[in-house]
Design a protein around this ligand. Sequence first.
Ligand SMILES: [Zn+2]
Length: 308
Amino acid sequence: MTATSPAPARIAPEESLDAFREDRVYLGADHRRNERRTWIVAGITVVALAAQIVGGLMFNSMALIAGGLHNAAHVAALLVAALAYRLARRYASDPRFSFGTGKLGYLAGFANAVVLAFTALLIAAESVERLIVPEEVAYTEALWLAAAGLVLSIVCMLILKPAGHAHPRDRDLNLSAVHLHLSADAIVSGLAIAGLLAGRALGWSWADPLAGLAGAALVAHFALSLVRQASGVLLDVNPSPTLAAEIRSRLAAEGERILDLHLWQLGPDHHAAIVVIAADDPRPAEAYRARLAGLPGLTHLTIEVRGA
Ligand SMILES: [Zn+2]
């Protein structure tokens, strides 16, 4: 601040700051709903984990303990997701976050997707090993475990299902990441059941590891698509060429030229844009702003108008 700085605008500084703060909440419409459900599923998973550990120790079952390790990874992933919701809400109005905390869920989703990709690698490596050197499988016990895993995954998936109204493009990626993980688990359990049944009935010892390999490929596919989507948002990749084109055409309606257009995502269903317009007969910024009224999800807009 220097002594020559311009006089304050008609709005008192504190008032204008408050207005900014309100402007900075870019959380998804279903934030609270999704947060609550993530905590519920985390609770269910902790109970399942405890049951697996107690059962594994009681029956001295390695399969139960191995399943417990997988479930411990679920608890960690769900905690990351739930804490991201919690922190995004806690700091939603904190002015240190220049564009709000709407991206926190994408950061959590990215982290969970990377872990999921490594899970796929581990399953694939274990399956290849078992294809080469077949191991003795306790089919009946393994079948029961896979069935229990399948039921658990489906129940958690149903709880974590995204709200029906969410547009696929604007979906809450934090929720999608855990939901996709559970879908992948359900499919892997289903494949495992098929492989185990084939192994038990027909003696095909390769069926179970082959099912594991197919499951790993699927999990990897899900994980990489999540990594791509989350990193796109984290790196401010243009989230919608259609929306960008619509902004351009509306702002250039009277022969204006769009010198610069930045469009990026701030959170689920929240987009920001910075536009520089050149016009022979420049109008006030408000007039241009009005041309963009009603565009879905465009919640933060900065317009600069230059004379030609
Ligand atoms: Zn899993």
